[in-house]
Write a protein that binds this ligand. Structure first.
Ligand code: SF4
Length: 267
């Protein structure tokens, strides 16, 4: 089987949700504008590093969704998103803190690691390059609110960065966070992942895969703070046997495991 960070994170959050998603094929409908815009923005970044016109790329990519009936957050529109995106691209070019040598090879890198029992783990790394002159693995994020920066080293606990570090053996990792707010801002958040953290991730991964192979899918339900995962879970309709909710938020697909890599591109 092919595993990915998103799959493992899904299982750790709620094994029942993992079963709905990866074994039964229930996927969330792609109705959120912000998620699709984030993918278009990453294409524009790719164009920036390859010497293209990143603003034009953003207009072209996001333009393909101009008439798509997305759910927009309050105050958001197609135009507002594209203007925020262009502003952020200009800011990014002015800052000039990230450099990606040989962008054709160092952007959207597919990394595959062999696991026991003929399993594989796949990651798509956004970029490997330099941040402020330091060799670093970089993950882009687009969001509407700033990432927390305190206490110091908080980012070193981020499981996605730990998994990327485990995949590549690179200790220095960073999120470059494009914050779409009234005054757009970019956060350059660097941290370091230790060998011990990488080894621990490897152990958690093995344990989780063993539970999946043993068909252990108990529900980790929660509806009250701080464990209110069901409230925002796309599979809530399935657990409540609510057909209206299922129809409004989910679609069913086949050959689910073959699509593990797609999750990684989205995340
Ligand atoms: S609704 Fe709750 S119990 Fe059901 S899959 Fe989602 S998180 Fe798990």
């Amino acid at each position: 089987m092919l595993f990915s960070y998103t799959q493992i994170a899904h299982y750790l959050r709620c094994p029942r949700s993992y079963r709905h998603r990866y074994l039964d094929g229930w996927r969330e409908k792609e109705t959120r504008a912000a998620m699709v815009f984030g993918r278009c923005f990453e294409k524009a970044l790719e164009s920036y590093f390859c010497g293209g016109d990143c603003g034009a790329t953003l207009y072209r990519e996001w333009g393909a969704f101009h008439d798509t009936p997305f759910e927009y957050k309050k105050g958001e529109t197609w135009d507002r998103l594209v203007h925020q995106g262009v502003h952020l691209l200009e800011l990014f070019a002015q800052d000039n803190r990230v450099h990606i040598p040989q962008p054709q090879q160092n952007l959207q890198l597919k990394v595959v690691r062999e696991l026991p029992n003929a399993n594989q783990f796949v990651s798509y790394i956004d970029a490997i390059g330099e941040l402020d002159g330091q060799h670093c693995l970089v993950d882009w994020k687009t969001t509407t609110s700033r990432y927390p920066e305190e206490p110091a080293w908080l980012l070193s606990l981020d499981p996605q960065l730990i998994s990327y570090s485990w995949m590549t053996g690179i200790s220095d990792v960073a999120f470059v966070v494009f914050v779409r707010k009234h005054q757009p801002e970019i956060q350059y958040l660097k941290t370091s992942i230790s060998e011990e953290q990488r080894m621990e991730f490897g152990r958690v991964l093995q344990t989780t895969i063993a539970q999946i192979e043993a068909a252990q899918f108990p529900s980790h339900s929660g509806i009250r703070f701080p464990q209110n995962g069901c409230v925002s879970c796309a599979h809530l309709g399935l657990c409540l046997d609510d057909q209206k909710l299922i129809d409004s938020s989910l679609i069913r697909t086949a050959r689910v495991n073959d699509l593990a890599w797609l999750d990684e591109l989205v995340d």
